[in-house]
Design a protein. Structure first.
Length: 324
């Protein structure tokens, strides 16, 4: 009996990825795809072909599925035509590279194509001398999960733009050091809540301009200490309401100047000074009768506790990240 030797396929071949009508990606649970060789009839297709990946293990590794219309390289294990293996993809006149060559020959990129939509994701390197760049483009979302420390070190400038809202949550401490100027501009309202104490130290001058009303509500003591002069100007009315005593202590003179009148009133007794003269009304008026003036009680100074500066642990750069 004559036995026909098993046919062998010598060397790799190219084929076109095919699949279900209306689909862009057609694979099974193992990532195997269908291809049509150039010598196949138009309605023929291969068996499912395994696709070589750069890494493959138990639910981890690389996963890139060739898509319908791509030209792929197919090899056959030990030359067996029933054991095809897709080992890579190649460009052709129909499927050109992402960038014009050789104009952008210094670029290395991994660029995908949105499934059944116009868009792409890309991770690109530019190696032109003086223009080196790492470029990242996400068509929709970018999610980063770091289970331990994260460090950023920018040698030059940094520009950060968010078209909509920006939220930030820090469960523990935050430190920020600015070596030069710091400017913030808020187009709408600003709300800030501090659960503990707040301290501000300003080495130079401070300017505060409020276009509307300003309300300061202090639950306990309020202190103002001015090392030199102090000016308080009120365009309309002024009102000081003190629940107990009010004490003014001046090292030299106290001058009260009013355009119309000055009135000191206690109960039904009063002294009124006006352009018409001085009016004194009282149950009993005593002059040069001895005694001593009343003294107000001063308010003791309070110290606001300063928040402690964060002392660590700080995020650390992985030691091998800078090794070659």
């Amino acid at each position: 009996m004559q036995i026909t030797p098993r046919p062998l396929v010598h060397g790799p071949q190219t084929a076109k990825v095919v699949g279900k009508e209306g689909e862009e990606i057609d694979c099974d649970e193992y990532g195997r795809i269908l291809v049509r060789f150039h010598w196949d009839r138009e309605d023929d297709q291969s068996m499912r072909c395994r696709v070589a990946q750069n890494w493959a293990s138990k639910q981890w590794g690389g996963m890139i599925i060739p898509r319908i219309g791509m030209e792929v390289m197919v090899e056959f294990l030990e030359g067996d035509p029933d054991r095809p293996l897709v080992t890579g993809c190649v460009y052709n006149a129909e499927n050109m590279p992402p960038y014009t060559l050789p104009q952008f020959k210094t670029r290395s990129t991994f660029k995908s194509d949105s499934h059944k939509a116009a868009g792409y994701n890309e991770f690109r390197f530019e190696d032109e001398s003086g223009e080196e760049e790492i470029f990242l483009h996400g068509q929709k979302y970018l999610n980063s999960i770091i289970l331990d420390d994260e460090t950023w070190d920018v040698g030059g400038n940094r520009d950060f733009h968010v078209a909509k809202s920006n939220s930030q949550k820090i469960d523990k401490d935050k430190d920020m050091t600015v070596g030069g100027d710091h400017r913030e501009e808020v187009g709408g309202s600003r709300d800030e809540t501090i659960g503990g104490s707040q301290t501000r130290t300003i080495g130079g001058a401070e300017n505060l301009t409020v276009g509307g009303d300003r309300l300061v509500d202090v639950g306990s003591n309020l202190q103002h200490e001015v090392g030199s002069d102090m000016l308080c100007k009120i365009g309309s009315k002024g009102h000081v309401d003190v629940g107990q005593s009010y004490f003014i202590d001046a090292g030299t003179n106290v001058v009260i100047d009013a355009g119309v009148s000055i009135c000191l009133s206690v109960g039904g007794n009063f002294i009124k000074i006006s352009p018409a003269g001085i009016q004194i009304e009282g149950t009993l008026v005593r002059i040069n009768c001895g005694g001593a003036p009343s003294r107000g009680s001063s308010v003791s100074k309070k110290n606001v506790p300063r928040p402690k500066k964060y002392s660590g642990p700080h995020a650390k750069r992985y030691p091998r990240s800078s090794e070659k």
